[in-house]
Structures are given as C-alpha cells and as structure tokens.
Design a protein. Structure first.
Length: 262
C-alpha cells in the first residue's frame, strides 16, 4: 500500500534539498567538499588527479616532457631522429636528453612521452632482448621486437606506460622496417615514415612534402634533418637541436644537429 503524503512531509523534503544544495555549493574552510550521499573528498586529492598547465587548462600526460620523434625509410637503409629537449611543461630541464636507443646494430628504438616511463620501458626491453640473445644465440628481428614491445605495452593496459614507441630496423635482405604504436601496443606499420611526440602534427606535414622513395643515405639524412628542424620550431615543448642516426647494412652514422635554442 502507498503512504499518504501530508504537508509536513513536503516541508521536510524541501528543507533536506536545501541542506544538500548548501553542502554542494559551499566549500568548507577545512578544505573538504561534501556532496549528497557521499563521503567528504579532500580538495587537494581531487586536484592531484589531473595535470594543469600554467593557464589552468587540463593537459595530457604525454605532453608533460615534450618530444619529437621521426623514422624514415630509404633505399636499403633507414634513419631515425629525435629532438634533445627535456622539459617540465614549458620549463626546460636538459638540452641533451636521449630519446633514441640502440638495441643492436640494425635495430633502434625511439621513445616519446613521459620520460620516466620511457626509461623504465627501455630497461625492460633490454632485459628481454638479452634473454632472447642467450636463448636463441642471435639478434631479434625488427618485426619480432615490435611484437615484443606491443605485448609488453598491452600487458600494462590498465596502468599503461605513457610512451609512444617508434621502432626502426633492417630485416631480411636489409629491407627497412619502421613502425609506431600507442601506449597500449596497437601497431601502425608504414613504408615511408612514422612520427610521434608533441610535434607530430608538424612532422606529418613536413614529411609528406619532403619524402621521396628510395633515397640514398646522404639524401635521407638531409631530408629527415630538415623535416625535424622545421617541425620543432613550430612546437614549444620540443627542440634544442636534434639527434640523427642513419643506418645501413654496413655502417651507422650518428650526427648531432644544431637548431634554435629558444
């Protein structure tokens, strides 16, 4: 049976609603926020769940340190390049930060995103590659290494590494292989170039206008260098020069680029 509602019940309900509205709209001096039907939440803890820019707008954790990564394919060779800046949002911390790592003579890994996660992920990958070398008595192929990186990232999908890897290597018959993936290991293969980092939008435009198929190592170096430098000039979270590797079946050429220092 339904309950009869009298005038006193309506008055009590109206007072309860006003009380809840008061707690929702008025923060207490103790730093706690109350909401109807919920326990108080410390204001400092609630604010710590997001990262704000100096202007106060939310920012992706992938943009916290800033980065620019690019890998490009040539004729029986490949090039991989990165900027050298390490920052905390708009504050520059270091100007010689390593973002490209050598796995073996024909395989390189670039890591953009949160710098601490990048270093942790690299250490795990080196450990797994050394175990593979001991077991198989050979180096890992680029395709195999890409699958390894993808599986490690997907394993941590509920608490991911905030990294976007770029993998470049020479496979069978010195055929170049490049790929990138997101933070949970979804691979994106390409036959021309891949990019990652906060300057990725500028890198896409520069690479699409400059890339040519079957470039020789020297022309490939010039192309990837111009694409990198022109792109980081349009991104305030990356820059301070560049670090370029050009890899063939017989040699590795490493060069440091000087760019704008502002």
């Amino acid at each position: 049976m339904g309950r009869l509602i009298n005038a006193n019940d309506k008055v009590n309900d109206h007072q309860a609603n006003e009380s809840c509205a008061f707690f929702n709209l008025s923060p207490l001096h103790s730093g706690l926020h109350f909401s109807a039907g919920r326990s108080p939440i410390p204001a400092k803890l609630d604010a710590a769940r997001r990262i704000d820019t100096p202007a106060g707008s939310p920012m992706s954790i992938f943009e916290y340190n800033g980065s620019a990564l690019i890998a490009m394919v040539g004729k029986n060779c490949f090039a991989i390049a990165s900027d050298r800046r390490l920052g905390v949002q708009l504050q520059t911390i270091a100007t010689d930060f390593q973002k490209i790592y050598k796995v073996h003579d024909k395989l390189f890994l670039g890591l953009s995103g949160l710098a601490t996660d990048a270093q942790t992920l690299y250490q795990r990958l080196v450990f797994r590659h050394k175990l593979y070398q001991l077991r198989e008595e050979r180096d890992m192929k680029p395709e195999t290494f890409a699958n390894l990186v993808s599986s490690i990232l997907y394993e941590k999908r509920f608490g991911p590494y905030f990294c976007q890897p770029v993998i470049a290597g020479l496979g069978d018959e010195d055929k170049p292989f490049i790929c990138t993936m997101d933070s949970i290991g979804a691979k994106e293969l390409a036959k021309d170039f891949v990019v990652a980092g906060t300057a990725s939008e500028s890198l896409y435009g520069a690479c699409e206008s400059m890339f040519k198929p079957d470039m020789e190592p020297e022309e490939l170096f010039e192309t990837i260098s111009q694409a990198l430098l022109s792109s980081v000039d349009r991104d305030c979270l990356s820059g301070w020069g560049g670090h370029v590797y050009v890899v063939t079946s017989t040699e590795i050429r490493e060069r440091i680029l000087k760019g704008r220092m502002d």
